[in-house]
Design a protein around this ligand. Structure first.
Ligand SMILES: [Zn+2]
Length: 303
């Protein structure tokens, strides 16, 4: 049995999965670990290698390649492929493919995490059979990816469709990209959790804040969620107006928050020009595994 490994590196968790591709992707083994806090680059490589070796040991089949999704700007047209900007700053500028490949004796490929999510959803998920698929990640970061006929679109600088770094609030919070007031600094999970904290002194995950906002039980929670909806609609409107996709697929750690579907998407539809009012907007159908499946799929396609 031919197998590919997929690794989805997130802000809080790293998902490791062994995937067998037939008509559908079958995740044959998987586990998650907490993303280490500020490790050195070499420590991080060793953590990935140790966990990938554990995954390989559990895999009953022939592992042929490894794909890795990374949050940040991944320049795949560079040789070597590099991460140019990421909140995981220890990865920036490193030859990750070479350093992992030499320790694993397997080909390793890196890509931006949202692009891999989009590739998976376009090939096997909500966007299957649809020509242009705009994948959106809402979580610790805010990302975007586009496939056309199940192929990923990318650019020389690696920053294609990074709508999370469009300006939302002029002169707002400093973003790790070097600008201020990016959508990422307003509607990412940590940004909204901090907004609520500054009002209440309470540290709560956004999912909990969204529950407190139901029936206006907590006015500060309601205000936080209303900020989320307003800016989410504004950011997605800009991105959709420019790329005009056939479908938008939403994933990431915040994607199960109900107000996205009950309030933000109806408001977004109203705000779009008439020709786009019928655009399909869907939740991810591959769920939490989409990123790792996309990473394994990249590796399968490359090798
Ligand atoms: Zn930014």
């Amino acid at each position: 049995m031919k197998l590919n490994l997929g690794v989805d590196i997130g802000g809080t968790k790293i998902h490791f999965a062994t995937v067998h591709f037939t008509e559908k992707p079958e995740v044959v083994s998987e586990f998650r670990i907490a993303t280490p806090k500020s490790p050195s680059y070499s420590d991080f490589v060793n953590i990935l290698v140790d966990n990938l070796k554990e995954l390989i040991a559990k895999s009953k089949g022939e592992v042929s390649s490894v794909g890795i999704g990374i949050p940040g700007i991944v320049v795949v047209h560079n040789n070597p492929a590099i991460v140019s900007i990421s909140r995981l700053d220890y990865l920036v500028g490193q030859d990750i493919e070479r350093d992992l490949s030499s320790k694993l004796n397997l080909p390793v490929y890196i890509e931006n995490d949202t692009r891999l999510f989009t590739l998976a959803e376009a090939t096997y998920g909500a966007g299957k059979g649809i020509q242009s698929v705009f994948g959106v990640i809402l979580g610790t970061g805010i990302g975007g990816g586009l496939t056309y006929s199940q192929d990923l679109i990318s650019s020389q600088n690696g920053a294609f469709l990074e709508w999370g770094h469009l300006e939302a609030e002029p002169g707002g919070e400093q973003c790790h990209c070097g600008s201020r007031g990016c959508y990422k600094t307003v509607i990412s999970g940590p940004a909204l959790e901090n907004y609520y904290f500054e009002k209440t002194g309470q540290v709560l995950p956004l999912v909990e804040i969204s529950k407190l906002a139901e029936n206006n039980k907590d006015p500060n929670a309601s205000e936080t969620m209303s900020r989320f909806i307003t800016f989410l609609v504004g950011g997605l409107k800009s991105a959709i107006t420019i790329i005009d996709p056939d479908i938008v697929v939403i994933g990431g750690g915040l994607s199960n928050i109900e107000v996205i579907y009950t309030q933000a998407i109806p408001a977004l539809r109203k705000s779009l020009p008439l020709s786009k009012s019928s655009i399909v907007i869907s939740r991810s159908t591959l769920g939490d595994s989409a990123g790792a499946i996309g990473a394994a799929l990249l590796a399968k396609r490359k090798f």
